[in-house]
Write a protein that binds this ligand. Sequence first.
Ligand code: 9MR
Length: 467
Amino acid sequence: MIYDNVSRRYHRVRSFARTALPLGLAAAVTAAGLVALSGTASAASTLGASAAERGRYFGAAVAANHLGEADYANALHTEFNMATPENEMKWDATEPSQGSFNFGNADRIVSDARGRGNRVRGHTLVWHSQLPGWVSGLSASALSSAMNNHITQLMTHYRGQIYAWDVVNEAFQDGGSGARRSSPFQDRLGNGFIEQAFRTARSVDPNAKLCYNDYNTDGQNAKSNAVFAMVQDFKNRGVPIDCVGFQSHFNSASPVPSDYQQNLQRFANLGVDVQITELDIEGSGTAQANSYTRVVNACLAVSRCAGITVWGVTDKYSWRASGTPLVLDGNYNKKPAYTAVLTALNNGTTPPPSSTTPPPPPPPGGCTVSYQETQRWPDRYNGQVTVRAGSTAITGWTTTVTITRPQQISATWNGNPTWDSSGNVMTMRNNSSNGNLAAGASTSFGFTVMMNGNSTAVPRLGSCSAS
Ligand code: 9MR
């Protein structure tokens, strides 16, 4: 089921100019002078809140040593609802000498986030980089045990507190080989270390999502093909994996790939969530903003894209500070990139991931609407809107469906449509037989949309008003 734009308010339907159009003529309607009754699509004012309305999260990499800076903490707490420790959970930070664990800085980030009801991504359990020196001196069997123990200690310490773990990070080589990267794990344990890490992780915290995370896998290329083959193999053989992280570090030499969305989608089609885990885009102004928009829209268009994390709160502390790659500048001012992200999130109305909780029930007398695409052809698709009464019966309902040009509604059924002057906003009211709904009961109406060359836009629903 696909949920969209649930009204959390309710109001009586006011009288309005009602122009019922014969079915089949809807595509031709652009008549001026009709009363526009667009639904009040919500416009959240922070990145986290807006993403949440789309069933997603919007997170940031967090550095423990900046939490004491008021501006930093304020920006973090205002805008973001997911946190990834930028360095504090890495092996050199958590197990600097073998068997001696240090969680202080990571704990600070976890308790800061969870104290506000925010979630945490764990980063990262097995990675070739930032390894303490002692790891490289181990034999194969000692390394195998050390890896299992490291995973076990971290995941036990944080059991129940981590939304998703980057279990293995950056295990593939860049370039066209599709080979695994040389590392102590790869060189001594062979390809099987990745599977071993995921199996160990599942056994320690079965409720955390287990991710493979990498960079330069954001479009379709030899490296992402190799990761794809591994994930496919894991799914086929029942090796536990729940998500793939796409780091998405972009700059002029490595821009947002043209097939970014398709690449996310092909991984999602394997039956894993996809997450944008370390987003930053070097640049400034409109060009940077446009790239951010593309990334957000791609995530919103992929129902299994669970959310986006930017790799830092402010340009001031970015690992690529000179490239000003984030959405808040060094003084915590909102950049055009910030506005672009918020706008894209607020405009987005795509299905939240399947794991998302359904919307809360409407108040007495209210109704909710949800959208689902039911069929698609090369040139058009059918959409269905389910209208559900709240905890008391209603005698009529109305909602709006907004179409993105050049898409156009060519037919409707099970409702009385009227149109705004642009022809883009259809107000749909019950017909004579489906206005009366008992408490909790539902009905639906449908429509056909001609895509006219735009195959990605999704109809946006306004709120539902009951009478
Ligand atoms: O942002 C991190 C930076 O502070 C560290 O010095 C660096 C050490 O390797 O790691 C950076 O984060 C990396 C992340 O952990 C994995 N993907 C690439 C990130 C940027 O280098």
